[in-house]
Structure formats: C-alpha cells, structure tokens
Design a protein around this ligand. Structure first.
Ligand code: SAM
Ligand code: SF4
Length: 248
C-alpha cells in the first residue's frame, strides 16, 4: 500500500515554537511571587484536604542525546543516584515542614533525565521517602518517563506494584541514520519490548515520545517511524483529574 506522507501537516508544524518544559511555563513566573510568598502560601492551613500534585526530577541519563535540553547529568555510575536520593530526602523533609497541614498526593510524576536510570531498589527507596511525608490517595495518578535502553521488566513490575499506571516511553525516531546523528541508538525491538513489558506489568496508559525537526528527518522517513510506532499500539489514556505535568 502506498501511503501519502502528511506533508501539509509537516509544513504546518515547521515553525519555531516555545518549548514546554515546566508548569506553569516560564513566562508565567513572576518576581512578585518569591520564596517568602511561597512560604506564606504553604503555611496557610488547608482544611479542605485538597490533594497535591508532585513532580520529582531525576536528572541522570546514560548517555546524553545531542538534541536534549532537559536538565540532565550524563553518567554511567548508577551509584550517583544514591547520593541524589539522600539529598532528595532532605528536600522532601523541607517541603513537608513548610506545610501547615499534612497533605496527601493525588498525582505524582517522575521525570528527568531518565527516572528508570534508578534501579528497582532505588525506585522503591524514592517512593518510600515520598509516602512517608506525602501519603498517596487511593487511585492516584502515578506516572513515569522511561528510556527503553535502561528500563527492564523488574523496574516496571516494581513500579506497577507501587500503583504506577502511566508510562511515557522516549523514542524520538526509529531511523538508524537519524539516531546516529543525534547520538541516541535505540532499536525498534527495544522500544517494542519496553511497551510490551509495561503492559504485562500492569501499566494501562503507555505513550511514546517522538520528535520532529531532527537531522536527516524527512516527512517520508518520519512517516515510516510513525507507522511502526502505531503498529506497537501505544495508548495514552485520558486522566480523571486535571493533570499538572512538569518535565525536563
Ligand atoms: C525527559 S525525556 C524522557 C525520558 C527519557 N530520558 C528518554 O529520553 O527516553 C522527555 C522527552 O523530552 C523530549 N525532548 C528532549 N529534548 C528536547 C528538545 N530539545 N526539544 C523537544 N523535546 C525534547 C524527548 O522527546 C524526550 O523523550
Ligand atoms: S532525551 Fe532523555 S535520555 Fe536523552 S539526554 Fe534527554 S533526558 Fe536523557
């Protein structure tokens, strides 16, 4: 079957656009709301028991993709995550101490970097640190970003047992020439295996990140990537609650 490349669609998106790296986005931040205002805000007792959304940034990656603008530490030393978790434990205490009332969490997003750089044991430790100060409500939306190159079935099973149901799998492009140019080598089989393992573990929402505008991409080649990804049947589910997502 000959499929016509969506050239019109590619043209429509062929323009500079702001990169969505945080919520609220950078242009919404104001000097008027500084550290003191934040502390005051947190100290107001919230008797309505509204649950919080938490984002945890795990910056480690192995190796560093050339296109990446995320806040990343490139290393192959898995032990570095232990020191990071020690510091994170202090930060969790600091935030919890500033809150006037103990607050539960209905949304948790682990982003990066590559959260699955952490071993299953390190992910368990991170979760234990969080829930000690921020209990998770039943049916909370727990999500994680994963790079298939460093993600294995054990990590996915542990995460699913903790209640994670949503996973975002980084791919970008399946074309070997594009991958070579951006320094991110990842076979289609690795991607397919990650999607399958996530489903088997119990994830119900499995989405895939693709990027356009990379070197050597053409509408035809990118269409080939998109078709192969569609055949792997990713399925980003709609969320129950309004979701706050912070990445990179
Ligand atoms: C933190 S990474 C995802 C997890 C993992 N590190 C990975 O790459 O598989 C989140 C996503 O940000 C996107 N990204 C990274 N650098 C980007 C850039 N310069 N412009 C647009 N998107 C970018 C990529 O699609 C990447 O999958
Ligand atoms: S795209 Fe993902 S794996 Fe690549 S450097 Fe950025 S955060 Fe790390």
């Amino acid at each position: 079957m000959i499929v016509t490349p969506p050239v019109g669609l590619a043209d429509r998106h062929n323009a500079p656009a702001p990169r969505y790296t945080s919520y609220p986005p950078a242009n919404r931040w104001s000097r008027k709301f500084g550290a003191r205002a934040l502390a005051k805000h947190l100290a107001i007792a919230d008797h309505s028991q509204r649950a919080l959304s938490l984002y945890v940034h795990l910056p480690f990656c192995e190796p560093m993709c050339r296109f990446c603008e995320c806040n990343v530490i490139a290393t192959r030393d898995r032990g570095r995550a232990d020191g990071y978790l020690d510091t994170l434990a202090l930060e969790i205490e600091l935030w919890a101490a500033q809150l006037a009332t103990r607050r539960r969490v209905s949304q948790l997003h682990l982003g990066g970097g590559t959260p699955t750089f952490l071993s299953a044991a390190q992910l368990l430790r991170l979760f234990a640190l969080l829930v000690e100060r921020f209990p998770i409500v039943d049916g909370a939306d727990l999500a994680i970003e994963a790079d298939p190159a460093v993600t294995d079935a054990e990590q996915l099973e542990v995460l699913a047992q903790l209640g994670f149901r949503r996973i975002s799998i980084g791919v970008q492009d399946l074309d070997p020439g594009v991958q070579e140019a951006v320094g991110r080598l990842q076979t289609a089989e690795q991607t397919e295996r990650a999607i399958r393992s996530a489903r088997v573990a119990g994830f119900t929402s499995v989405n895939v990140d693709l990027m356009y505008g990379l070197p050597f991409q053409t509408p035809e080649r990118f269409l080939h990537t998109v078709e192969r990804i569609i055949a792997m049947r990713p399925n980003r589910r709609r969320l129950r609650a309004r979701h706050i997502r912070r990445r990179c």
